[in-house]
Ligand binder design. Sequence first.
Ligand code: NAD
Length: 424
Amino acid sequence: MSSVDRIVGDVKELGLAEKGKRKIEWANQQMPVLQLIRKRFIKEQPLKGIRISACLHVTSETANLAITLRDGGADVVLCGSNPLSTQDEVAASLVKDYGIPTYAIKGEDNETYYAHIASALDHKPQITMDDGADLVTSLVTKRKDLIPYVIGSTEETTTGVIRLRAMAKDGTLKFPVIAVNDALTKHLFDNRYGTGQSTLDGIIRATNLLLAGLKVVVAGYGWCGRGIAMRAKGLGADVIVTEIDPVKGIEAVMDGYRVMPMAEAAKEGDVFITVTGNKSVIRSEHFQAMKSGAIVCNSGHFNVEIDIPALEKLSSGKREARPLVDEYQLKDGRKIYLLGEGRLVNLAMAEGHPAAVMDMSFANQALCAEYVVKHAKDLRCEVYGVPENIDKEIARLKLDSMGHHLDKLTAEQEHYLASWQEGT
Ligand SMILES: NC(=O)c1ccc[n+]([C@@H]2O[C@H](COP(=O)([O-])OP(=O)(O)OC[C@H]3O[C@@H](n4cnc5c(N)ncnc54)[C@H](O)[C@@H]3O)[C@@H](O)[C@H]2O)c1
């Protein structure tokens, strides 16, 4: 095969490949669990000949997942799952150095974004991997002809799982999906510690703010919100939480935060972070109450959590104050700053989650792809959780890799726990 034949995909600039390769190798060092899986995959070839189309954030960590799948025998094609999250140098290296066709360019417009998804679908995938369900949604609406090829799918994030469950409910889902997000070794760590750290990393890189002493409003106290609130508090911020669920609300109060509706928080906050998976969480009435200089950003999956059209309506002008920091000049003279066009701030303004946490998330993806191949015939068109043995194995491997070791039950303890007659 000539080098020209190997250049397949649509990336910004193949000349960036060397920088991307170094980035991929750096991330690989922090991904020991995925490394072990890759070693076994090379030997056993569990994905031999399987066509996989993956629609994921094209980062150095994702590159290591794609390489692992390829080394397991799969024929892998990758496209971006968000127009702003692609690392162009990584995309270039995937094409040039690893021969993995990649369709993703940072800053691509909506039309290109969906054209890239269409290219990934042209691969006629037997397994799809999604982060937000855009690939599956496109497949079942625009490319129904491809449905017979698909044996199963995996989904990375909360919002995607919600969309896929809605599809299963109304009969639109035509193949089984494994909800990787629902693995304990995914959402307890990736959503909480990954989003917690990388969201603040994104805000700080974008603005160079000192968070100590600022009032940071976190909308949504789910797995991601808990992580963001915890890390903002650690940096000295006064954290306010907004919620709609009473259990999450009381949890936030007991964790030491003030809880109030957004209408009240809007008057107090210096920095606002939405992470609910919902829409219009910050809207016109809230912008109207905010202090001049307020910074607004989103770390939930879609860019609908902040009602940007409403902000535009209230504004007389806009300029880029810093890269990807838009200053909206409101008609009443106040200024509001929007980060990363309201898209995932950790991926738009920083590098997304650290590799060490993606190690577990992507170990789940790799093992779930293997599971789909092995068990496709027994699965129905439903959304399944990750099998418990996979979840536990990943936690065990991660602990080992970090040099921590667990106790073992004694025979007496096993008996005690298994018997209803004990316990007195
Ligand atoms: N930035 C990232 O890298 C990243 C990583 C993982 C997940 N996500 C995304 O972040 C979002 C949240 O994920 P999660 O795992 O924390 O979900 P979750 O379901 O655990 O939490 C969401 C929380 O938001 C609350 N909520 C819903 N509507 C609200 C409203 N109007 N006001 C206030 N609170 C509201 C819910 O009650 C819930 O507690 C999803 O879109 C998910 O896909 C982003």
